[in-house]
Design a protein around this ligand. Sequence first.
Ligand SMILES: Cc1cc2nc3c(=O)[nH]c(=O)nc-3n(C[C@H](O)[C@H](O)[C@H](O)COP(=O)(O)OP(=O)(O)OC[C@H]3O[C@@H](n4cnc5c(N)ncnc54)[C@H](O)[C@@H]3O)c2cc1C
Length: 570
Amino acid sequence: MVPSTRDSDILILGAGGAGLFAALHAHKAAPDASITVAVKGLLGKCGCTRMVQGGYNVALAKEDSVERHFMDTIEGGKWLPDQELAWKLVTLAIERIHELENELGCFFDRNPDGTVHQKAFAGQTFDRTVHKGDLTGIEIINRLAEQVWARRIQRLEEHRAVELVKTPAGDAIAGVLFIDMRTGEYVFVRAKAVLLATGGGPTMYRYHTPSGDKSCDGLAMALRAALALRDMEMVQFHPTGLLAGTHTRMTGTVLEEGLRGSGGFLLGGNKERFMPGYDPKAERATRDLVSRAMFSEMRKGNTTPHGGLYISMAHLGAERVRKEFKGMVERCADCGFDLAGGLVEVVPTAHYMMGGVEFAGDCTTALRGLFVAGEDSGGVHGANRLGGNGVANSTVFGAVAGDSMASWIRGQHLRQPDARAIDAAIARCERPFGTAPGDLEALREQLYETMWERVGILRDARGLTRALGELDVLDAELERTGVGDTTRAFNLSWHDWMNLRSLVQVSRAIAQAALARQESRGAHYREDFPHTGALEASTYTSIRADGTVTMKPVAFTRVRPGQSLLKHAA
Ligand SMILES: Cc1cc2nc3c(=O)[nH]c(=O)nc-3n(C[C@H](O)[C@H](O)[C@H](O)COP(=O)(O)OP(=O)(O)OC[C@H]3O[C@@H](n4cnc5c(N)ncnc54)[C@H](O)[C@@H]3O)c2cc1C
């Protein structure tokens, strides 16, 4: 099969905050360059940036500072973040929020005196989260998409990237192979510079929050391109995912943290509070602690009819709850629950991957011509991401990548791809058409079971080793499983098969990195190694496709454990 081909100076994979910011910045810095945004869904309608509820962390207030935001990020990340990347995040977030408001047309909530309203978010020492009600992501993505539409930027919508293709010598990226999902045909796009911004997304867990278009394709492609991923064991779980049964995609979606913050109680199946027995801060403890306590209760069998726990708000007064949490009350009512006056079933839900492709501050990677930004990248957040730092990360580094690619392409030529690599990638995609059809749903259930039970909130060597064995079996089973329908256009079973392939590959990287980290830190908890090692000797995991994990020392370039950049704390 020979793909149709097209050329672009800059090719951007993904249309979230990272991809769209990159497109706008690249266009501004190199107006004559051809720029293409290729995306698995529809531009402006897919990805997780659109789903951002809470908001965007940025040190704007006089009483706040970038040093304070930085220290919150480093301490929240349990001293694993790359400090230069974290510094870039907190300093450039200020520029990006001004750009979003003053150039791109976002309206964020304001105080009566006209200053931007900033609300409190867990894990931070200052109220610095900029927002538009609880629909911040829609505001950001709509304005970004409008600006992209208004410019001479090519769009390849419903185009799924399936392989990063190098030159025959393997010394640079030559382009990307896609499937046009509307026809099922293969398309190869040559490009001088490619940005990987497909947004990670831990959708291999039974309960998860990210959008359905995310299946870790970018990370799987990066592994196959021989790139190293860092911090892959660090998967963040949000404590209160809605639990409304298996028949609805609402299961797993987030009930916001403010419910616990304002005094909500978590109850076991016996309708009694259990958090005070786990942490003095009870329901107001950090996400990782609450998720762990919930998982422990669930393991004990103290569960609701759907196998989760309850959140109860009624003691705060139904009127108040209806007023303060209108959106959440409506979301619960849609699923038959009365949040204001009754009990709602909840479960911890996989929310964010701190891990991703190793990269430098200008968004370059180890592969010449390939750049990375957003949730596909690793190193900014370390062992934990602060709520509000996710969208800051994608917009800040998306813009950096756009600027970097615009200057990098000067003097570069389009490169010829390795034709054999394209053939091999097509053969891999075609595989399920040549094998007997099977039950993909059963394989997905098996993946959920393995990742949720053994590579989830509580881990140990036995479970992780068993999980790796199960993932091998799953991978082999997937190889043997075909899709019955040979129609290529919008063949969702085919895409499901490819989603599972990516998820299994990346799940293996998570399990291997988790096995290598013999301590508990941030989002990673080992029951057989419950303590955190010496912070001074902090190392991060760096994993490759063959499963080799290298522990690399964290460079404390700005501040060492026990120190602070804040004058009063030093
Ligand atoms: C429910 C929810 C609420 C959140 N709330 C907050 C919050 O309040 N504050 C905060 O800071 N963060 C929040 N986050 C996290 C935040 O959304 C992400 O950190 C951030 O938006 C990721 O941006 P991105 O551009 O990297 O990825 P995304 O915005 O997810 O975009 C990824 C893009 O890549 C495309 N894509 C995927 N695979 C392929 C492929 N194979 N080929 C082509 N395109 C592909 C997708 O279609 C999509 O367009 C939340 C996340 C969720 C799920």
